[in-house]
Design a protein around this ligand. Structure first.
Ligand code: LLP
Length: 419
């Protein structure tokens, strides 16, 4: 007689069990906790409560309308990088005057739309963009509120693909060039200079790079003030790291304390653009074990989520916790590579994970709320996963699983006559 391993306890997201969610929505599925998003957002605003502050959530981290509408309700502003993100924020009920528009390649249609709806600010990334925004704003006769994204040349010590504040990166203008650019922009008819911004990288777990950058930016703010250019806000970007494994993330209260000390008597509103911090650990990717196989002493668990659903492990060698949603007695703990169904060796979610697995088990990939779904694709003609929001014991589908019809909706057969 075989004894089935006994289920002891089960992972819950808020008060809903993972298996109930998998039964209701299928797998793979991204599940977000409304309470975790709310707590992350509010811990940010609480830390900086002693100073006028606007948190502009970086939409790229997770742009689901459910997530955006929750944050809009909490009073968040938004950091966008495209016309598509702008429309999402508006659809989600975000206030236009709390939107900052970042990005190195803004196009005319995007600038027009942002001016028409009345965003808070464009974060200008290059001298050419000064001309572009001035010309669009002049044509529409709507002054454009602008800030310059300055590159403070600090090393944030992150993965090279996500570090942005070094001179060698494509982002922003060199801090040494900033006073002259501000002066020339100030002479243009349709630009209204209101701020300065920087963003030095992502998943930063040390306080020092943030404070280094802030110090340099504040020196610039003072130089500009001496030149008669008085700014209303100082945007220090996003980049606050979270715990994926055993990182010790920046303590926000310590950050706020040190930063407000640096601010001294300065009264400019502080703007932040956190993405990952708000949503990463509020999200879980649930995936089912399709089969187990071993090549000698190498063990694989093939699951129904792949690199098309979560590309961070393949792209950045990112480590995210993977657990079985049930714990059991019996069975054997083995070191598994958790791999997807995609025809690529890079298609893995985690390697060498000590787990007690059986076919059909439901696994939870943690910290999947940021840069998970937003970076997913249809590679191998796989339908993108569903997304679900949980609140207490309730749950709501905030994006349906794609269908095969969705996959080909915009395509057609080739019908031109061949010779
Ligand atoms: N502001 C700007 C101008 C940015 O470029 C970014 C992220 C953020 C804010 C938000 O950064 P966060 O607070 O989320 O670190 N796909 C990578 C991360 C790329 C981040 C790009 N820029 C990942 O999965 O790790």
């Amino acid at each position: 007689m075989t004894t089935r391993p006994q289920v002891q306890d089960e992972l819950c997201i808020e008060n809903v069990s993972a298996s109930a969610l998998a039964d209701a929505y299928g797998t793979p599925v991204f599940v977000y906790s409304a309470a975790a998003i709310t707590e992350a957002y509010e811990s940010f605003t609480r830390a900086f409560a002693g100073h006028p502050t606007q948190v502009c959530y970086a939409v790229k981290a997770n742009s689901n309308l459910g997530v955006l509408s929750l944050l809009a309700r909490l009073g968040a502003g938004f950091d966008i990088v495209s016309g598509g993100e702008l429309e999402r924020v508006l659809m989600a009920g975000g206030q236009p005057d709390r939107i900052v528009f970042s990005g190195v390649g803004k196009q005319v249609w995007e600038i027009e739309r942002a001016l028409q709806v009345g965003i808070h600010c464009f974060n200008i990334e290059s001298p050419q963009e000064i001309e572009l925004i001035q010309s669009v704003a002049a044509r529409l006769d709507r002054p454009a509120p602008v800030s310059f994204r300055v590159n403070p040349d600090v090393d944030a010590g992150t993965h090279p693909y996500i570090s942005t504040g070094l001179r060698e990166n494509k982002f922003g203008i060199a801090i040494a060039d900033a006073p002259a650019l501000y002066a020339s922009a100030a002479s243009l008819s349709h630009l209204r200079i209101i701020g300065v911004d920087c963003h030095i990288g992502s998943q930063i777990t040390q306080l020092a790079p943030f404070l280094d950058a802030a110090e340099r930016i504040l020196m610039l703010v003072d130089t500009l003030a001496a030149d008669g250019i008085n700014l209303q806000h100082i945007d220090l970007g996003g980049g606050i790291g979270v715990r994926y494994q055993n990182e010790e993330p920046v303590d926000l209260d310590a950050y706020a304390g040190a930063l407000l000390q640096l601010m001294g008597h300065r009264t400019q509103t502080l703007v932040f653009e956190p993405g990952r911090f708000i949503v990463a650990n509020a999200g879980t990717l649930l995936t089912r074990v399709l089969s187990l196989k071993s090549n000698g002493d190498k063990h694989f668990a093939i699951v129904d989520a792949g690199m098309n659903d979560l590309i961070r492990p393949a792209l950045y060698s990112a480590w995210q916790s993977i657990t079985n949603t049930v714990s059991r007695e019996g069975g054997e703990i083995r070191d598994y590579d958790i791999v997807g169904p995609i025809c690529e060796t890079g298609d893995f979610l985690g390697k060498q994970r000590a787990l007690n697995l059986a076919t059909g088990d439901l696994l939870a990939v943690a910290s999947a709320g940021a840069y998970g779904f937003t970076m997913s694709s249809n590679y191998n003609s796989r339908c993108r996963a569903a997304e679900v929001m949980v609140m207490n014991d309730q749950h709501q589908c905030v994006r349906q699983r794609e269908s095969i019809a969705d996959l080909v909706r915009l395509e057609s057969l080739f019908t031109l006559k061949t010779e």
